[in-house]
Design a protein around this ligand. Structure first.
Ligand code: AMP
Length: 210
């Protein structure tokens, strides 16, 4: 299974990528996670990316393309992968096609999770992570226990989320037609319980649910 998941910030694509990764036994490759790790570790790359990330801007194409190229070299990616948050631009999509061609493989599908903007805004601004367990909560729909040690992602604050959503709209305006032309694009409704969304995803991929 070689899949790209496309979805706005807080659309649930990270959650769905985890579920699919487990189901198909292939790694989830998230450029956002890799960049956050690099930033936390304080590497040169992390320091370079930090300013862009905190402002909700895209990290330059060559940086993320290099990260994905290296990650695809790992043995666990030989069977397939779920790409989460990459590609985000047509230039990245073209670079990805080149990286896959070099390895003699192709994408199976590109799935877009569709969620309207108002709900995305609410999901992101009320999203909190427990620093100790990594568990993700929502202050309204999935409240954390009283003893959780909560973190609010710097880029989940209202002004930054608005900038990230604007940028997502601009990005998909070019990226989705690119994949539609290739016959790879599937759009699914991303509103509902995570399990419901997983069912729709598997149906869109022509997989048996369950
Ligand atoms: P995410 O967790 O996917 O929302 O990514 C968090 C941040 O990392 C984004 O707002 C960008 O600054 C950066 N980032 C992640 N993936 C990419 C990408 N494919 N291209 C450029 N920047 C990215």
């Amino acid at each position: 299974m070689r899949l790209v998941l496309v979805g706005a910030p807080a659309s649930g694509k990270g959650t769905q990528a985890n579920v699919l990764s487990e189901k198909f036994g292939v790694p989830k490759i998230s450029t956002g996670d890799m960049l956050r790790e690099a930033r936390k570790a304080g590497t040169k790359l992390g320091r370079e990316a930090e300013g862009y990330m905190n402002a909700g801007k895209l990290v330059p194409d060559e940086v993320v393309i290099g990260l994905v190229d290296e990650r695809l070299e790992q043995p666990d990616a030989a069977k397939g992968f779920i790409l989460d948050g990459f590609p985000r631009t047509v230039a990245q999509a073209e670079a990805l096609a080149g990286l896959l061609e070099r390895r003699g493989v192709t994408l199976d599908a590109v799935v877009q999770l569709d969620v309207d903007r108002e709900l995305l805004m609410e999901r992101a601004t009320l999203r909190r992570t427990d620093k100790r367990t990594g568990q993700i909560y929502h202050l309204k729909y999935n409240p954390p226990p009283p003893d959780a040690d909560l973190d609010h992602r710097a880029d989940d604050r209202e002004e930054t989320v608005a900038a990230r959503l604007d940028q997502y709209d601009a990005m998909t305006a070019a990226l989705l037609p690119h994949y539609e032309q290739q016959g790879l694009l599937r759009r699914i409704d991303g509103v509902g319980a995570p399990e419901q969304v997983t069912e729709r995803l598997l149906a869109a991929l022509g997989q048996k649910v369950g």
